[in-house]
Write a protein that binds this ligand. Structure first.
Ligand code: AMP
Length: 217
C-alpha cells in the first residue's frame, strides 16, 4: 500500500506517518528528514539545502527525486508513507513514472486540512526537548512547559528547529499555497483524495485514517 500525506506545515504529517507506519508495516519516507540528514555532509550541496530550508523555499526537484528514488527501491516493506513528497506537480508526475517503473500503484492521498492560524501557532511556538524529544508549544494552552523554555522532565533547555520561526513560516505557507495545494485537485480528480480535519486531536485523526485505510486494504 502506497500512501501520500498531503498537508500544509504543522498539520501533523510526521505524527500521523509514525502512527500509520507502525500499524501497517509501511516504510516512512520524509523528504524533510532526508534533507536534514544530507546537511551533515557539510559540502556545497548541504549549504544550498540549508539556505533553501531556512528560507522556507522548496529544494530543487532534482535533489528531491534522487533522494526519493534511493528510498523506493527498498523492498523489505509492504509499501510507503510519503511525508512531504510530492510538493509540486512536477514531483507528482515524476512519482507516477517511478511507480510505473516499479510496477506499483498509489493507493491513497490523505489530505490533512488545517487553518493557517492554527498551523502558525503550532510552528512558531513549537519547541522540542533535545534529550527526550518531547514537543511543547509556548503558544498553545495545555502544551506549554511548566517553566518557559525548560523541559518538565529533563530540566534542560528546549530547542527550536531553525525553520520554525514567523518569517520562515510565512514563506513556507505561501510556498505550500502556490506549489503544493494544486495537488489537492490533481489527486481529487483521480479519485484518490481523502480529506481529514487535522485541527482535531492527533489520536482522533488517526482513528479516521484507520477507517479509510482498512476500507481500501
Ligand atoms: P518538512 O520537514 O516536510 O516540513 O520540510 C522542511 C523543508 O524541507 C521544506 O520547507 C523544504 O524547504 C524542504 N523540503 C521537504 N520536502 C521537500 C520536497 N518534496 N521538495 C522540495 N523541498 C522539500
Amino acid at each position: 500500500m502506497n500512501i501520500i500525506l498531503l498537508a500544509p506545515p504543522a498539520a501533523g504529517k510526521g505524527t500521523q506517518s509514525a502512527f500509520i507506519t507502525s500499524k501497517y508495516h509501511l516504510k516512512h519516507i520524509s523528504t524533510g528528514d532526508l534533507l536534514r540528514c544530507a546537511l551533515a555532509k557539510n559540502d556545497e550541496m548541504s549549504s544550498y539545502i540549508q539556505n533553501e530550508m531556512n528560507a522556507g523555499r522548496l529544494v530543487s526537484d532534482e535533489i528531491i527525486l534522487e533522494l526519493i528514488k534511493n528510498e523506493l527501491v527498498d523492498e523489505s516493506y509492504d509499501g510507503v508513507v510519503l511525508d512531504g513528497f510530492p510538493r509540486n506537480l512536477i514531483q507528482a508526475m515524476k512519482y507516477e513514472e517511478l511507480l510505473t517503473d516499479l510496477n506499483q500503484t498509489l493507493n491513497c492521498v490523505l489530505y490533512l486540512s488545517i487553518d493557517k492560524e492554527i498551523a502558525e501557532k503550532r510552528i512558531v511556538g513549537r519547541h522540542t526537548c533535545p534529550n527526550c524529544k518531547r514537543i511543547y508549544n509556548s503558544m498553545v494552552e495545555g502544551q506549554k512547559s511548566l517553566e518557559e523554555g525548560i523541559c518538565d522532565d529533563c530540566k534542560i533547555s528546549l530547542t527550536q528547529r531553525s525553520d520554525d520561526n514567523q518569517q520562515t513560516f510565512d514563506v513556507r505557507y505561501d510556498t505550500y499555497m502556490k506549489e503544493t495545494s494544486p495537488l489537492i485537485n490533481f489527486y481529487s480528480e483521480k479519485g484518490l483524495l481523502k480529506t481529514l480535519d487535522a485541527s482535531k486531536d492527533p489520536n482522533e485523526v488517526f482513528l479516521e485514517i484507520q477507517k479509510i485505510l482498512d476500507s481500501i486494504l
